[in-house]
Design a protein around this ligand. Structure first.
Ligand code: ATP
Ligand code: SF4
Length: 354
Protein backbone atom coordinates (compact mmCIF):
# COMPACT_ATOMS: atom_id res chain seq x y z
CA UNK A 1 0.00 0.00 0.00
CA UNK A 2 1.28 3.49 -0.81
CA UNK A 3 1.74 5.91 2.07
CA UNK A 4 -0.59 8.89 2.05
CA UNK A 5 0.69 11.55 -0.34
CA UNK A 6 -1.59 14.54 -0.29
CA UNK A 7 -4.88 13.89 -2.01
CA UNK A 8 -5.60 15.49 -5.36
CA UNK A 9 -8.97 17.00 -6.13
CA UNK A 10 -10.69 14.95 -8.80
CA UNK A 11 -13.83 15.55 -10.82
CA UNK A 12 -16.79 13.32 -9.98
CA UNK A 13 -17.57 10.76 -12.67
CA UNK A 14 -20.61 11.44 -14.82
CA UNK A 15 -23.82 10.75 -12.92
CA UNK A 16 -25.17 7.93 -15.02
CA UNK A 17 -26.55 4.67 -13.57
CA UNK A 18 -23.33 2.88 -14.67
CA UNK A 19 -20.85 5.37 -13.23
CA UNK A 20 -17.53 5.11 -15.04
CA UNK A 21 -14.99 5.42 -12.27
CA UNK A 22 -11.50 6.55 -13.26
CA UNK A 23 -8.52 4.48 -12.13
CA UNK A 24 -5.74 6.39 -13.94
CA UNK A 25 -6.16 9.96 -15.15
CA UNK A 26 -3.41 11.42 -17.31
CA UNK A 27 -3.73 15.19 -17.26
CA UNK A 28 -1.92 17.51 -19.61
CA UNK A 29 1.14 15.23 -19.76
CA UNK A 30 4.19 16.48 -21.65
CA UNK A 31 7.27 14.31 -22.17
CA UNK A 32 10.52 15.33 -23.88
CA UNK A 33 13.69 13.53 -24.85
CA UNK A 34 16.58 15.84 -24.00
CA UNK A 35 16.53 19.43 -22.85
CA UNK A 36 16.48 22.92 -24.33
CA UNK A 37 16.29 23.68 -28.04
CA UNK A 38 17.30 20.15 -29.04
CA UNK A 39 14.52 18.49 -27.02
CA UNK A 40 12.23 16.10 -28.88
CA UNK A 41 8.66 16.77 -27.75
CA UNK A 42 7.43 13.18 -27.87
CA UNK A 43 4.20 13.60 -25.86
CA UNK A 44 2.21 16.81 -25.97
CA UNK A 45 -0.66 17.97 -23.69
CA UNK A 46 -2.14 14.50 -23.39
CA UNK A 47 -5.37 14.02 -21.43
CA UNK A 48 -6.44 10.40 -21.17
CA UNK A 49 -8.52 8.52 -18.58
CA UNK A 50 -8.51 4.78 -17.97
CA UNK A 51 -11.66 3.63 -16.18
CA UNK A 52 -12.08 0.70 -13.80
CA UNK A 53 -12.37 -2.64 -15.58
CA UNK A 54 -11.98 -1.13 -19.03
CA UNK A 55 -9.64 -2.05 -21.90
CA UNK A 56 -8.44 1.24 -23.39
CA UNK A 57 -6.59 0.83 -26.66
CA UNK A 58 -3.88 3.28 -27.73
CA UNK A 59 -3.01 3.22 -31.44
CA UNK A 60 -0.85 5.22 -33.80
CA UNK A 61 2.01 4.74 -36.24
CA UNK A 62 5.51 3.97 -35.04
CA UNK A 63 7.01 7.05 -33.37
CA UNK A 64 3.65 8.66 -32.48
CA UNK A 65 4.54 8.57 -28.76
CA UNK A 66 2.50 5.61 -27.47
CA UNK A 67 5.28 3.95 -25.46
CA UNK A 68 6.61 7.30 -24.24
CA UNK A 69 3.15 8.14 -22.92
CA UNK A 70 2.88 4.80 -21.07
CA UNK A 71 6.41 4.90 -19.64
CA UNK A 72 6.09 8.57 -18.72
CA UNK A 73 2.81 7.96 -16.91
CA UNK A 74 4.33 5.11 -14.89
CA UNK A 75 7.71 6.80 -14.29
CA UNK A 76 9.58 4.14 -16.25
CA UNK A 77 10.98 6.58 -18.78
CA UNK A 78 14.66 5.88 -19.57
CA UNK A 79 17.03 8.87 -19.92
CA UNK A 80 17.13 11.21 -21.77
CA UNK A 81 13.34 11.14 -21.31
CA UNK A 82 12.00 13.82 -18.96
CA UNK A 83 8.51 14.70 -17.80
CA UNK A 84 8.06 18.30 -18.87
CA UNK A 85 4.70 18.78 -17.13
CA UNK A 86 1.35 17.33 -16.15
CA UNK A 87 -0.17 14.99 -13.60
CA UNK A 88 -1.00 11.29 -13.49
CA UNK A 89 -3.70 10.74 -10.90
CA UNK A 90 -4.04 7.19 -9.61
CA UNK A 91 -7.18 6.11 -7.75
CA UNK A 92 -6.38 3.24 -5.36
CA UNK A 93 -9.04 0.73 -4.33
CA UNK A 94 -9.00 2.32 -0.87
CA UNK A 95 -7.82 5.76 0.07
CA UNK A 96 -7.38 9.10 -1.60
CA UNK A 97 -6.18 9.56 -5.20
CA UNK A 98 -2.56 10.70 -5.64
CA UNK A 99 -0.22 11.96 -8.34
CA UNK A 100 2.13 9.21 -9.54
CA UNK A 101 4.55 11.89 -10.78
CA UNK A 102 4.94 13.15 -7.19
CA UNK A 103 5.81 9.75 -5.63
CA UNK A 104 9.13 9.35 -3.84
CA UNK A 105 11.37 6.49 -5.07
CA UNK A 106 10.25 4.35 -2.11
CA UNK A 107 6.58 4.98 -2.79
CA UNK A 108 7.17 4.30 -6.47
CA UNK A 109 8.66 0.87 -5.74
CA UNK A 110 5.53 -0.08 -3.79
CA UNK A 111 3.30 1.30 -6.54
CA UNK A 112 4.89 -0.69 -9.34
CA UNK A 113 3.68 -4.26 -9.84
CA UNK A 114 1.31 -4.03 -6.85
CA UNK A 115 -0.86 -1.30 -8.35
CA UNK A 116 0.30 -1.09 -11.97
CA UNK A 117 2.29 -3.54 -14.03
CA UNK A 118 3.63 -3.45 -17.57
CA UNK A 119 4.14 -6.13 -20.19
CA UNK A 120 6.83 -4.62 -22.39
CA UNK A 121 7.39 -4.96 -26.12
CA UNK A 122 9.23 -8.25 -26.70
CA UNK A 123 8.80 -9.13 -23.02
CA UNK A 124 8.82 -12.83 -23.76
CA UNK A 125 12.50 -12.50 -24.61
CA UNK A 126 13.25 -10.88 -21.27
CA UNK A 127 12.70 -14.04 -19.21
CA UNK A 128 16.00 -15.07 -17.68
CA UNK A 129 17.21 -18.09 -19.75
CA UNK A 130 19.09 -19.71 -16.86
CA UNK A 131 16.21 -19.81 -14.36
CA UNK A 132 13.16 -22.03 -14.34
CA UNK A 133 9.75 -20.40 -14.73
CA UNK A 134 8.96 -21.24 -11.08
CA UNK A 135 11.94 -19.20 -9.84
CA UNK A 136 11.06 -16.19 -11.97
CA UNK A 137 7.42 -16.16 -10.87
CA UNK A 138 8.13 -16.73 -7.18
CA UNK A 139 10.80 -13.98 -7.21
CA UNK A 140 8.17 -11.42 -8.21
CA UNK A 141 5.71 -12.63 -5.58
CA UNK A 142 8.37 -12.80 -2.84
CA UNK A 143 9.70 -9.30 -3.54
CA UNK A 144 6.35 -7.75 -2.70
CA UNK A 145 4.92 -10.33 -0.27
CA UNK A 146 7.81 -11.34 1.98
CA UNK A 147 7.26 -14.08 4.55
CA UNK A 148 5.38 -16.57 2.36
CA UNK A 149 6.52 -20.17 2.77
CA UNK A 150 8.14 -21.96 -0.16
CA UNK A 151 5.03 -24.13 -0.54
CA UNK A 152 2.74 -21.07 -0.58
CA UNK A 153 4.96 -19.35 -3.16
CA UNK A 154 4.90 -22.41 -5.43
CA UNK A 155 1.13 -22.78 -5.05
CA UNK A 156 0.63 -19.13 -6.01
CA UNK A 157 2.99 -19.49 -9.00
CA UNK A 158 1.02 -22.56 -10.17
CA UNK A 159 -2.25 -20.68 -9.72
CA UNK A 160 -0.92 -17.80 -11.84
CA UNK A 161 0.16 -20.14 -14.62
CA UNK A 162 -3.29 -21.72 -14.48
CA UNK A 163 -4.85 -18.29 -14.98
CA UNK A 164 -3.13 -17.96 -18.34
CA UNK A 165 -3.89 -21.53 -19.38
CA UNK A 166 -0.51 -23.17 -18.71
CA UNK A 167 -0.33 -26.48 -16.82
CA UNK A 168 1.50 -26.32 -13.50
CA UNK A 169 4.06 -28.93 -14.58
CA UNK A 170 5.56 -26.19 -16.79
CA UNK A 171 6.78 -24.48 -13.62
CA UNK A 172 9.87 -26.66 -13.91
CA UNK A 173 10.56 -25.63 -17.51
CA UNK A 174 13.26 -23.21 -18.64
CA UNK A 175 12.13 -20.41 -21.01
CA UNK A 176 13.70 -22.10 -24.08
CA UNK A 177 11.46 -25.12 -23.45
CA UNK A 178 8.32 -23.02 -23.96
CA UNK A 179 6.84 -21.71 -27.22
CA UNK A 180 6.77 -17.94 -27.88
CA UNK A 181 3.06 -17.83 -27.03
CA UNK A 182 3.66 -19.63 -23.71
CA UNK A 183 6.53 -17.30 -22.80
CA UNK A 184 4.33 -14.31 -23.46
CA UNK A 185 1.61 -15.88 -21.30
CA UNK A 186 4.17 -16.32 -18.50
CA UNK A 187 4.93 -12.60 -18.74
CA UNK A 188 1.22 -11.83 -18.45
CA UNK A 189 1.01 -14.15 -15.42
CA UNK A 190 3.90 -12.20 -13.86
CA UNK A 191 2.15 -8.93 -14.56
CA UNK A 192 -0.95 -10.22 -12.74
CA UNK A 193 1.02 -11.72 -9.83
CA UNK A 194 0.23 -8.96 -7.36
CA UNK A 195 -3.30 -8.33 -8.59
CA UNK A 196 -2.64 -4.85 -9.93
CA UNK A 197 -5.51 -2.56 -10.83
CA UNK A 198 -3.85 -1.40 -14.03
CA UNK A 199 -1.99 -3.54 -16.57
CA UNK A 200 -0.19 -1.72 -19.37
CA UNK A 201 0.54 -3.86 -22.41
CA UNK A 202 2.95 -2.39 -24.94
CA UNK A 203 2.64 -4.32 -28.24
CA UNK A 204 2.29 -7.50 -26.14
CA UNK A 205 1.70 -9.89 -29.01
CA UNK A 206 3.42 -8.29 -32.01
CA UNK A 207 6.06 -11.02 -32.23
CA UNK A 208 3.43 -13.79 -32.36
CA UNK A 209 1.39 -15.12 -35.26
CA UNK A 210 -2.12 -13.76 -35.81
CA UNK A 211 -3.93 -16.79 -34.33
CA UNK A 212 -1.78 -16.85 -31.18
CA UNK A 213 -2.15 -13.07 -30.80
CA UNK A 214 -5.90 -13.36 -30.71
CA UNK A 215 -5.91 -16.38 -28.39
CA UNK A 216 -3.83 -14.52 -25.85
CA UNK A 217 -5.84 -11.32 -26.09
CA UNK A 218 -9.15 -13.18 -25.79
CA UNK A 219 -7.81 -14.81 -22.65
CA UNK A 220 -6.68 -11.46 -21.28
CA UNK A 221 -10.13 -9.97 -21.77
CA UNK A 222 -11.69 -12.95 -19.97
CA UNK A 223 -9.24 -12.51 -17.08
CA UNK A 224 -10.05 -8.83 -16.93
CA UNK A 225 -13.73 -9.75 -16.51
CA UNK A 226 -12.90 -12.21 -13.72
CA UNK A 227 -10.27 -10.19 -11.86
CA UNK A 228 -11.51 -6.68 -12.58
CA UNK A 229 -8.25 -4.96 -13.61
CA UNK A 230 -8.05 -2.28 -16.31
CA UNK A 231 -5.82 -2.52 -19.37
CA UNK A 232 -4.04 0.15 -21.37
CA UNK A 233 -3.30 -1.75 -24.55
CA UNK A 234 -0.78 -0.19 -26.94
CA UNK A 235 -0.41 -1.31 -30.52
CA UNK A 236 0.02 0.02 -34.04
CA UNK A 237 -2.55 -2.60 -35.20
CA UNK A 238 -5.90 -0.89 -34.93
CA UNK A 239 -7.80 -4.01 -36.04
CA UNK A 240 -6.72 -5.76 -32.81
CA UNK A 241 -8.01 -2.86 -30.74
CA UNK A 242 -11.34 -2.83 -32.53
CA UNK A 243 -11.81 -6.45 -31.44
CA UNK A 244 -10.51 -6.28 -27.89
CA UNK A 245 -10.92 -2.74 -26.53
CA UNK A 246 -13.84 -0.91 -25.00
CA UNK A 247 -12.48 2.48 -26.03
CA UNK A 248 -9.72 3.54 -28.41
CA UNK A 249 -7.47 6.60 -28.36
CA UNK A 250 -5.49 7.51 -31.48
CA UNK A 251 -2.11 9.28 -31.23
CA UNK A 252 -0.39 11.31 -33.91
CA UNK A 253 2.77 13.34 -33.49
CA UNK A 254 2.67 13.04 -29.68
CA UNK A 255 -0.97 14.12 -29.28
CA UNK A 256 -4.27 12.32 -28.86
CA UNK A 257 -6.25 13.20 -31.99
CA UNK A 258 -9.37 11.10 -31.40
CA UNK A 259 -10.89 9.02 -28.60
CA UNK A 260 -14.13 7.04 -28.87
CA UNK A 261 -15.86 3.77 -27.97
CA UNK A 262 -14.25 1.05 -30.12
CA UNK A 263 -17.40 0.27 -32.08
CA UNK A 264 -18.12 3.95 -32.79
CA UNK A 265 -14.57 4.54 -33.96
CA UNK A 266 -14.70 1.55 -36.27
CA UNK A 267 -18.10 2.45 -37.69
CA UNK A 268 -17.62 6.16 -37.93
CA UNK A 269 -14.14 7.59 -37.29
CA UNK A 270 -14.12 11.39 -37.30
CA UNK A 271 -10.42 12.20 -37.66
CA UNK A 272 -8.97 11.62 -41.16
CA UNK A 273 -5.89 10.02 -39.56
CA UNK A 274 -8.03 7.46 -37.67
CA UNK A 275 -9.80 6.78 -40.92
CA UNK A 276 -6.47 6.21 -42.67
CA UNK A 277 -5.26 3.89 -39.89
CA UNK A 278 -8.45 1.85 -40.04
CA UNK A 279 -7.94 1.47 -43.76
CA UNK A 280 -4.37 0.29 -43.28
CA UNK A 281 -5.17 -3.03 -41.55
CA UNK A 282 -7.41 -5.88 -42.62
CA UNK A 283 -10.04 -6.64 -39.96
CA UNK A 284 -10.71 -10.30 -39.20
CA UNK A 285 -14.33 -9.53 -38.39
CA UNK A 286 -16.93 -7.01 -39.53
CA UNK A 287 -17.52 -5.62 -42.97
CA UNK A 288 -14.69 -5.68 -45.50
CA UNK A 289 -12.83 -2.43 -46.16
CA UNK A 290 -10.64 -1.43 -49.02
CA UNK A 291 -7.07 -1.06 -47.71
CA UNK A 292 -5.67 2.26 -48.83
CA UNK A 293 -3.05 3.15 -46.18
CA UNK A 294 -1.92 6.70 -45.40
CA UNK A 295 0.24 8.62 -47.88
CA UNK A 296 3.47 10.26 -46.68
CA UNK A 297 5.41 9.67 -43.45
CA UNK A 298 4.91 10.54 -39.79
CA UNK A 299 6.18 14.02 -38.81
CA UNK A 300 9.68 14.75 -37.58
CA UNK A 301 9.08 15.62 -33.92
CA UNK A 302 12.00 18.10 -34.02
CA UNK A 303 10.34 20.08 -36.80
CA UNK A 304 6.60 19.66 -36.42
CA UNK A 305 4.43 21.27 -39.10
CA UNK A 306 2.47 24.33 -37.96
CA UNK A 307 -1.25 24.01 -37.35
CA UNK A 308 -2.60 20.46 -37.47
CA UNK A 309 0.50 18.24 -37.66
CA UNK A 310 -1.39 15.83 -39.95
CA UNK A 311 -2.12 18.50 -42.57
CA UNK A 312 0.71 17.61 -45.01
CA UNK A 313 -0.79 14.10 -45.32
CA UNK A 314 -4.47 14.86 -44.86
CA UNK A 315 -6.78 14.36 -47.87
CA UNK A 316 -9.32 16.72 -46.28
CA UNK A 317 -7.03 19.61 -45.26
CA UNK A 318 -8.51 23.07 -45.78
CA UNK A 319 -7.71 26.69 -44.97
CA UNK A 320 -7.20 26.72 -41.16
CA UNK A 321 -5.35 23.38 -40.99
CA UNK A 322 -1.89 24.69 -41.94
CA UNK A 323 -1.91 27.54 -39.45
CA UNK A 324 -4.04 26.66 -36.40
CA UNK A 325 -3.74 23.67 -34.08
CA UNK A 326 -7.17 22.05 -33.64
CA UNK A 327 -7.97 21.48 -29.94
CA UNK A 328 -9.18 18.08 -28.68
CA UNK A 329 -12.78 18.08 -27.47
CA UNK A 330 -16.27 16.72 -28.03
CA UNK A 331 -17.39 17.23 -31.63
CA UNK A 332 -20.45 19.42 -32.24
CA UNK A 333 -23.64 17.59 -31.24
CA UNK A 334 -24.86 17.92 -34.80
CA UNK A 335 -21.86 15.86 -35.96
CA UNK A 336 -22.05 12.82 -33.65
CA UNK A 337 -23.36 11.57 -30.27
CA UNK A 338 -21.30 12.27 -27.11
CA UNK A 339 -18.72 10.19 -25.23
CA UNK A 340 -16.00 10.89 -27.77
CA UNK A 341 -13.44 13.57 -28.55
CA UNK A 342 -11.59 14.63 -31.67
CA UNK A 343 -8.99 17.24 -32.65
CA UNK A 344 -9.86 18.29 -36.20
CA UNK A 345 -11.16 21.48 -37.78
CA UNK A 346 -13.79 19.43 -39.61
CA UNK A 347 -15.44 18.96 -36.19
CA UNK A 348 -14.55 22.13 -34.25
CA UNK A 349 -15.21 21.72 -30.55
CA UNK A 350 -16.87 24.27 -28.32
CA UNK A 351 -15.37 22.68 -25.16
CA UNK A 352 -11.68 21.77 -25.46
CA UNK A 353 -10.47 19.08 -23.02
CA UNK A 354 -8.40 20.45 -20.14
P1 ATP B 1 6.71 2.33 -31.62
O1 ATP B 1 5.38 1.75 -31.98
O2 ATP B 1 7.71 2.26 -32.74
O3 ATP B 1 7.24 1.86 -30.31
P2 ATP B 1 5.72 4.70 -30.35
O4 ATP B 1 4.46 5.29 -30.88
O5 ATP B 1 5.61 3.89 -29.11
O6 ATP B 1 6.46 3.91 -31.48
P3 ATP B 1 7.77 6.14 -28.98
O7 ATP B 1 8.66 4.95 -28.89
O8 ATP B 1 7.08 6.59 -27.77
O9 ATP B 1 6.69 5.93 -30.13
O10 ATP B 1 8.64 7.34 -29.58
C1 ATP B 1 8.09 8.62 -29.74
C2 ATP B 1 9.12 9.52 -30.34
O11 ATP B 1 10.15 9.76 -29.41
C3 ATP B 1 9.77 8.94 -31.59
O12 ATP B 1 9.78 9.92 -32.58
C4 ATP B 1 11.16 8.62 -31.18
O13 ATP B 1 12.06 8.90 -32.21
C5 ATP B 1 11.41 9.55 -30.00
N1 ATP B 1 12.29 8.88 -29.04
C6 ATP B 1 12.06 7.71 -28.42
N2 ATP B 1 13.08 7.38 -27.60
C7 ATP B 1 13.99 8.37 -27.74
C8 ATP B 1 15.28 8.63 -27.18
N3 ATP B 1 15.84 7.79 -26.29
N4 ATP B 1 15.90 9.75 -27.55
C9 ATP B 1 15.35 10.62 -28.43
N5 ATP B 1 14.15 10.44 -29.01
C10 ATP B 1 13.48 9.33 -28.67
FE1 SF4 C 1 -7.12 17.12 -41.74
FE2 SF4 C 1 -7.47 19.66 -41.10
FE3 SF4 C 1 -8.64 17.78 -39.66
FE4 SF4 C 1 -6.00 18.12 -39.54
S1 SF4 C 1 -7.56 19.58 -38.89
S2 SF4 C 1 -7.06 16.20 -39.70
S3 SF4 C 1 -5.52 18.66 -41.64
S4 SF4 C 1 -9.03 18.28 -41.82
Amino acid sequence: MIESIGAVRTEPAAGSPRRREPVLEIRNLNVDYGLGDDAVHAVREVHLTLHRGEVLGLAGESGSGKSTLAYGATRLLPPPGVIAGGQVIYHPRDGAPFDVLALTPKQLRAFRWAETSIVFQGAMNSLNPVHKISVQLTDVIRAHTPGLTRAALTARAAELLGLVGIAKDRLDAYPHQLSGGMRQRVMIAMALALEPQVVIMDEPTTALDVVMQRQILRQLVQLRERLGFSVLFITHDLSLLVEFSDRIAIMYGGRIVEEAPAAALYRDSLHPYSHGLLNSFPALRGEKRELSGIPGSPPDLRAMPRGCSFHPRCPKAFAPCATHLPPLGPPPAADRAGNRTVACWLHPTAAPVG
